[in-house]
Design a protein around this ligand. Structure first.
Ligand code: SAM
Length: 338
């Protein structure tokens, strides 16, 4: 579809040049985080965004309303760590009341989650992704730099008691750190209703991981074979790129996000908004459009719509991280939000 065609369409929608309909917006509300995960934290000092650089909640809500008018129905709030930003529960409750959004979810490291759970529930957030790469408190400290495993685990248990569903547990599979625990993590899905998501490490930003430090989905699946066959789960309307499975009789699921070994770009339905107002149509490309100057220089909704459409028009067919001469992605994962 030509850009002029998209702009002149009576009801502009977020459809890219490859006919992918984008209906999923991931919004990072802060670049700050209370953990220093070794695969995510920048190597060296990267200046944090200043207070003025970060979009206000009002600005974010305005952009989300515009995105919804263009066809976004799913919104995930992420960071940095979203729960370190003041006022996050009030923001979420306003977000959940926007007409046209059918799904609001939150990605968190879980470290401060327990105290927020009742308010998140009242706000209308039911779907949680909690990042947890290990079940071993000492390894947790090594991976995240913080002695926080028990705190996160208690939050996960409380979330289950309070009825949050689904509770997805995101684990980046790393050789020498948690590869001896992948079976134990997957086993959790048998007795508990958790969705354990194994994520392939993506070499983004300046995190100091070496090639060979991470595992591909095929390796992980081989290791899980001792728990029995992985039975495919029928895909649902809210499904993302994860391949979903269940062990026979299990309460929960296991899933695999194979961005490196089996990219899912053909089915990518995502746009990302950073805390400073950059709109990014591909996680693995540094090309982004800046909404903040338009917002702050009195731009109209139509002006902002134009930036959304231009970003969608620029969405690449696929990422090139795995090409032999693939480009580097310089932005930090902690600023994009995953
Ligand atoms: N602070 C929140 C959290 O920890 O979930 C949200 C932001 S974090 C960037 C979102 C997700 O990205 C986490 O599940 C994290 O494990 C994952 N992540 C971070 N860096 C990654 C990388 N280089 N490759 C793959 N996943 C990564």
């Amino acid at each position: 579809m030509k850009k002029t065609e998209i702009l002149s369409s009576p009801v502009p929608r977020l459809i890219d040049r490859y006919r992918r309909h984008l209906n999923y917006l991931r919004v990072s509300i802060t670049d700050r985080c209370d953990l220093r995960c070794l695969y995510c934290k920048p190597d060296g000092l990267i200046p944090k965004l200043s207070h003025e650089d970060v979009l206000t909640y009002e600005e974010i809500l305005r952009l989300i309303r515009i995105a919804v008018s263009l066809g976004i129905t799913k919104v995930r709030i992420t960071g940095g760590e979203p729960l370190v930003r003041q006022g996050v529960c009030d923001f979420l409750s306003q977000l959940c009341r926007i007409d046209g959004i059918t799904d609001v979810s939150l990605t968190t490291n879980g470290f401060q989650l327990a105290k927020y759970l009742p308010r998140l529930k009242d706000a209308g957030v039911h779907r949680l992704n909690i990042s947890l790469d290990t079940l071993d408190p000492e390894k947790y400290r090594k991976i995240t730099g913080v002695d926080g495993f028990r705190q996160v685990w208690s939050a996960i248990e409380l979330a289950r008691e309070l009825g949050f569903s689904p509770i997805k547990i995101n684990a980046v599979a790393l050789k020498g750190y948690n590869d001896d625990e992948l079976v134990d993590m997957a086993r959790l899905s048998i007795s508990q209703p958790f969705h354990i998501r194994f994520i392939e490490y993506m070499p983004i930003g300046t995190a100091n991981m070496r090639k060979g430090d991470y595992l591909h989905t095929a390796d992980i699946k081989r290791r899980l074979a001792e728990l029995g066959p992985l039975l495919p789960v029928k895909r649902g309307t809210l499904d993302g790129p994860a391949e979903r499975f269940r062990f026979a009789g299990a309460e929960g699921e296991v899933g695999f996000i194979s961005a490196m070994s089996n990219h899912f770009c053909d089915a990518c339905n995502r746009l990302r908004l950073s805390a400073s107002g950059k709109l990014r149509s591909c996680l693995m490309s540094d090309k982004q459009k800046d909404l903040r100057p338009v917002l702050r220089q009195g731009g109209s909704d139509e002006d902002l719509v134009r930036v959304f459409l231009a970003s969608v028009h620029a969405k690449p067919a696929r990422h090139h991280l795995t090409d032999p001469k693939g480009t580097r992605v310089n932005s930090q994962m902690s600023s994009i939000g995953g």
